[in-house]
Design a binder for this molecule. Structure first.
Ligand code: NAP
Length: 286
């Protein structure tokens, strides 16, 4: 049986894809109510991560941050001590490469195999099974789960050894965060200069300077509706992971650190649960 832990915005939809493809699933989430729709579709409930491990030989995790992953894996009633030898843990959460390597070591101590397999793509691609996986770990372990990843994603890229999936993911999210913030500043300036908001947004989107993903943020900015697809607090977390990793690599990232603090301010001012495109609203409201 397949275990799935972490049924937030992304995990609930990804687990739903596995169920829709006919896979038997045992699921757990810190808040049980988020599991209800999946239980109604036939998933089995586990009262703890430990209980997931007692019934599964592959466990997927899709959790908020490194602390959440560590708690669920090796905290009280964590799953890792209870998985059978030879089982496979696939962590799809966005964490930093050093953390992935540490979790791989923890898994290895218990003779459990490990892949880091974070995803690019948000709520809608998760719903449609159109995510892109960046995977670190052994090629043969990836081949074993590839058919499952293909239920959830349209592409699976093997980036190399353990930690290289999360390494590529934070490189991507550095661009995502900065492109969003730069766009938000440009729109803010355009409006201050007297242009209508929709006109500035559409002019930018029609030119060569806007990143393609920004088209999906158009209506949020124009209508001022920031219902989360990718919560702003996770974007700030990802920039924190970028900064930490850059320090470990002795690389200077001046813009990333400025961006990290911009998102941190927005988080403190109440935008944490909104979509990260609310960075625009934060700039407007200041
Ligand atoms: N949303 C996106 O567009 C997107 C895209 C790519 C990657 N990601 C990454 O995917 C991961 C999940 O994102 P999401 O958008 O699904 O986030 P989310 O909706 O906030 O879900 C977070 C999940 O982590 C659990 N969690 C948080 N802290 C925990 C703790 N201390 N112990 C146990 N469980 C804990 C939550 O449980 P509760 O339900 O009990 O709070 C929930 O299941 C994150 O690493 C994010 O950066 C997100």
């Amino acid at each position: 049986m397949i275990g799935f832990i972490g049924l937030g915005i992304m995990g609930s939809r990804m687990a739903g894809r596995l169920l829709a493809h006919g896979h038997a699933l045992i699921v757990h989430n810190r808040s049980q109510e988020k599991a209800e729709p999946l239980l109604n579709q036939g998933a089995r409930w586990a009262a703890s991560p430990k209980e997931v491990a007692e019934h599964a030989d592959i466990v997927f995790t899709m959790l908020a941050n490194p602390k959440a992953v560590e708690t669920v894996a090796i905290g009280e009633n964590g799953f890792l001590d209870h998985l059978a030898e030879g089982s496979l843990w696939v962590d799809m959460s966005t964490v930093d490469p050093s953390f992935s390597r540490r979790m791989a070591q923890e898994a290895g101590k218990r003779k459990v195999r490990f892949l880091d397999a974070p995803v690019a793509g948000s709520k809608i691609p998760a719903e449609k099974g159109e995510l892109v996986f960046h995977v670190g770990g052994k090629a043969e372990d990836l081949e074993e789960v590839r058919p499952l990843l293909e239920c959830m994603g349209r592409a699976v890229h093997h980036q190399g050894e353990v930690g290289s999936g999360t390494a590529m993911k934070i490189v991507i999210n550095l661009m995502l965060a900065q492109s969003m913030a730069a766009f938000a500043e440009a729109v803010t300036l355009g409006e201050a200069l007297g242009f209508d908001k929709a006109h500035v947004v559409d002019t930018l989107l029609g030119g060569a300077t806007a990143a393609p993903f920004l088209r999906g943020k158009r209506d949020k900015i124009v209508n001022g509706d920031f219902e989360p697809e990718f919560p702003l607090e996770h974007m700030q977390k990802d920039l924190q992971l970028v900064a930490q990793t850059a320090f470990e690599q002795n690389v200077a990232l001046p813009l990333a650190n400025a961006g990290k603090e911009l998102y941190a301010l927005a988080k403190q001012k109440g935008y944490r649960g909104q979509d990260f495109s609310a960075i625009y609203q934060f700039l407007k409201d200041r």
